[in-house]
Design a protein around this ligand. Structure first.
Ligand SMILES: C[S@@+](CC[C@H](N)C(=O)[O-])C[C@H]1O[C@@H](n2cnc3c(N)ncnc32)[C@H](O)[C@@H]1O
Length: 213
């Protein structure tokens, strides 16, 4: 990963206000939320940025939310927009949490910035951090965004060259399966002119359903 991605996001924090709330994410947020248990639980948001829209949506519904981001300036914004979120300034591929600590994990527009070789071990940790029956939702880059079936390199975004990395959706399914996460939906969506895969997966409620563990 180029070392300056964190600095680039520190810089984007300066202009965050201009784009704040530009896109309506409720079509993704609400279906995911309604698949979760009907009581406030614990959410982990990886690459939480300014704490919007996902962390704030969950906080407003009584959930306990932990956000991880490596940009101190984005976390300053999060302190303003999602002040009740617990935050950790760290690389999302390096953090660790106790087993079964969360009911849900989200990683919105951030996993594609992490080298794809680091995704399988992260999926294994996600499985461990989720309570049985817990769910994860993340944005995944595909050919729609990078123009290649597999990609690792930089791409222009808002006047900067940002690092992106992904493999094919088929390989992604294999990686989730190897981690014990069961895909619920691979939803290809265009939001704000950018098409990504929105992936929901579950840790099975019964350990008996997963012979690997
Ligand atoms: C496009 S923004 C998305 C922010 C937020 N999730 C949202 O939906 O608005 C990507 C965020 O991920 C963070 N990020 C990217 N790579 C990261 C990494 N390896 N570890 C922690 N944070 C990372 C950036 O600092 C930035 O805040």
């Amino acid at each position: 990963m180029p070392p300056d991605l964190r600095k680039i996001y520190d810089g984007f924090a300066e202009t965050y206000e201009a784009n704040r709330g530009l896109f309506d994410m409720s079509g993704l947020l609400e279906p995911f939320f309604h698949r979760l248990p009907p009581r406030p639980g614990r959410l982990l948001d990886l690459g939480c940025g300014a704490g919007e829209p996902f962390p704030r949506f969950f906080l407003d519904r009584g959930w306990d939310v932990t956000g991880v981001d490596f940009s101190p300036r984005m976390l300053e914004l999060a302190a303003r927009y999602a002040p009740r979120m617990h935050t950790l300034c760290a690389d999302l591929a390096d953090v660790d949490f106790p087993p079964a600590a969360f009911d849900a994990v989200t990683c919105i527009y951030a996993l594609f910035h992490v080298p794809r070789a680091r995704h399988p071990p992260l999926f294994q940790r996600l499985f461990r951090w989720l309570r049985p029956g817990g769910k994860v939702l993340f944005t995944y880059a595909t050919r729609d965004y990078t123009g290649a079936d597999e990609f690792e390199g930089t791409k222009e975004f808002m006047g900067q060259r940002l690092f992106y990395s992904h493999t094919t959706p088929e390989n992604l399914r294999t990686q989730l399966d190897a981690a014990g996460l069961v895909p619920d939906a691979f939803d290809r969506r265009a939001i704000g002119g950018e098409t990504f895969l929105w992936v929901t997966a579950s840790r099975p409620a019964s350990p008996g359903l997963n012979p690997r563990r």
